[in-house]
Design a protein around this ligand. Structure first.
Ligand code: NOJ
Length: 572
């Protein structure tokens, strides 16, 4: 491994600053709060912290709508606080990666304020401005320049009354898309990135970065089943025509000469394994790894709010295919949840009281033993669960609020809309971090901006750190294994028993060492010599293997029947 591939042995911890730790009692997490918890992160053993956006922002999408890339929102602190965070993190051997949101800005960013001020403003072309569709008058239904649906419901175009033209916003109306075709835009973004690196940060997590190149003729998309007046624009802006050119240009302009110490991860919805190889082949100088969504899309039906329990066979097939495809060239991120996803233990494990701890540990074991860089999302290391939201008012996220408004406005059944939200809302991931059993889980002395999960008295960091058998200490151990067992970062991956409904099993092999991971994704016992496993799970030679780590204490034998939600890592 060359030095610039250090991230293969690293584990990233994602902080959603709003919900992590409040230090001043305003109910919103902040940078000094993060600093006060660095010892906790050091104890967990993570190598990198990725911060969701803390820049100046009207907070329409909780900071993913940026009004000033080179300042910190007063809610979160100051630039001096960030400098202090970087210094204190570095002193603990932790790198700090910032979110880079440059597919769009806030509509309150000075660039957009200028751009919208007149048709001949020099920054007009920094965004996507178009006249009404031919034969239509601006403002009438269907007059939008394309039929694209926004990710946050409704059309992706907004009419600006002042100039009578529409601007494109793939996300909210307050998140206009930047026009990357314009070289001035690209230069301004690169200069801002260099400024941050000069300040001492260690890289970027690049928000929806595979959307920055659009097909410039902006064709209509195929009409959507649920909202046929709107269309799917994604083929015209996901992995668009100039995306590789833009990323290579960015690499040359920003990272050249200092890339080896940094981390760059591209958040890329709809990326295929073939694209991922191109994005992450080190020779091509684009990004270090992708953050892809295939495995978190398997339980989603016709639309985002139509969810069912994932079929384990599909999950194994998807993750396994990514393992195989990137075996020689390229690199992937590994994650079960982030700030946009429901809580992993509720979704892929079991949050029933008798299984929560075991299944949370099982999920950590399985994920971290794959090839790729694992991400731990705040609270995952405690086995934090989805939140029992009571009513529509509990949902605060713009995506959830818009869905509720449109679906209930169209006469949808309110109870089923709420049920969908409880399963799929991003608010599940954004409830306050559960630090201890004091009021508001120790997150704030004020009133938290988002509802605290009532289970904090049982599930919290103080209790977990004090209990050697907790989910926290299990995560600490799997993280440590990545640093000490080269087969985990570098070994070959081989999936076993792909068609079994509840067993997740695979080997990792490297320089004469073999690891076997066995995990029972069910609340019943799993006999490893039982039906459905003949010929697909050969345990010869594993009977006397060493147990590297298990989640339910020492089994009677390495290959003994797996207990409910039991996971073992064997070594020989
Ligand atoms: C992806 C981010 O993860 C999400 O939280 C955000 O809403 C969109 N990009 C828009 O920036």
């Amino acid at each position: 491994m060359t030095d610039d591939q250090w991230f293969r042995e690293a584990v990233v911890y994602q902080i959603y600053p709003r919900s992590f730790q409040d230090s001043d009692g305003d109910g919103i997490g902040d940078v000094p709060g993060i600093i006060s918890r660095l010892d906790y992160l050091q104890q967990l053993g993570v190598d990198v912290v990725w911060l969701s956006p803390i820049y100046t922002s009207p907070q329409d999408d909780n900071g993913y709508d940026i009004a000033d890339y080179q300042d910190i929102d007063p809610t979160f602190g100051t630039l001096a606080d960030v400098d202090e965070l970087v210094a204190q993190a570095h002193a603990r051997g932790i790198r700090i990666v910032m979110d880079l949101v440059v597919n769009h800005t806030s509509d309150e960013h000075p660039w957009f304020v200028e751009s919208r001020s007149s048709k001949d403003n020099p920054k007009r072309d920094w965004y996507w401005w178009r006249t009404a569709r031919d034969g239509h008058t601006a403002g009438e239904e269907g007059a939008e320049p394309t039929n694209w649906e926004s990710f946050f419901s409704g059309p992706a175009w907004e009419l600006d009354e002042a100039t009578g033209e529409y601007y494109l916003h793939l996300f909210s109306r307050k998140q206009p898309d930047l026009n990357w075709e314009n070289p001035e835009v690209r230069e301004a973004v690169y200069a801002m990135m260099r400024w941050w690196l000069d300040r001492g940060i260690d890289g970027f997590r690049m928000d929806v970065i595979n959307m920055i190149s659009k097909v410039t003729s902006l064709p209509d998309g195929k009409p959507l089943a649920a909202t046929p007046q709107l269309g799917d624009g994604t083929p015209h802006f996901l992995n668009g025509p100039r995306i590789h050119e833009f990323l290579q240009e960015m690499h040359a302009a920003v990272f050249e000469g200092r890339a080896e110490k940094l981390l760059t991860v591209g958040e890329m919805p709809g990326v295929t394994v073939e694209d991922a190889i191109l994005y992450t082949d080190p020779e091509r100088r684009e990004v270090d790894m992708v953050f892809q969504f295939e495995h978190v899309g398997l339980d989603i039906g016709a639309h985002k709010w139509d969810r069912s329990r994932v079929d384990l066979r599909d999950l194994k097939a998807s993750l396994g295919r990514w393992q195989d495809a990137l075996a020689e060239v390229g690199w992937n991120s590994l994650y079960w949840n982030n700030h946009d996803q429901p809580r992993a233990v509720s979704r892929f494990g079991s949050d029933a009281p008798e299984h929560r701890v075991a299944s949370a540990k099982l999920l950590g074991t399985v994920l971290h033993l794959h090839r790729g860089t694992p991400y731990v999302y705040q609270g995952e290391e405690l086995g934090m669960t989805n939140v029992p939201f009571a009513s529509a008012d509990d949902f605060l996220d713009i995506e959830s609020v818009n869905y509720y408004r449109l679906a209930s406005g169209a006469g949808g059944d309110v109870e089923s809309i709420l049920a969908n939200l409880r399963l799929g809302s991003r608010d599940n991931a954004r409830s306050p971090m559960q630090w201890d059993d004091s009021a508001h889980a120790g997150f704030t002395t004020g009133t938290p901006w988002s509802r605290t999960n009532p289970n904090y008295q049982e599930i919290n960091a103080a209790a977990a750190v004090a209990d050697d058998d907790s989910v926290f200490h299990h995560y600490r151990r799997v993280i440590e294994l990545r640093h000490t067992e080269p087969a985990i970062a570098h070994g070959d991956f081989h999936l076993l028993a792909p068609d079994h409904e509840t067993l997740y099993a695979f080997t990792r092999s490297h320089e004469g060492v073999d690891l076997l991971v066995l995990a029972n994704f069910s609340s019943g016992d799993l006999d490893l010599a039982g039906p459905g496993l003949e010929g697909t799970l050969d345990l010869d030679g594993w009977e006397s293997a060493t147990l590297l780590l298990g989640n339910l204490g020492e089994p009677t034998a390495p290959t003994a029947t797996l207990r409910p939600w039991e996971a073992r890592i064997l070594k020989r």
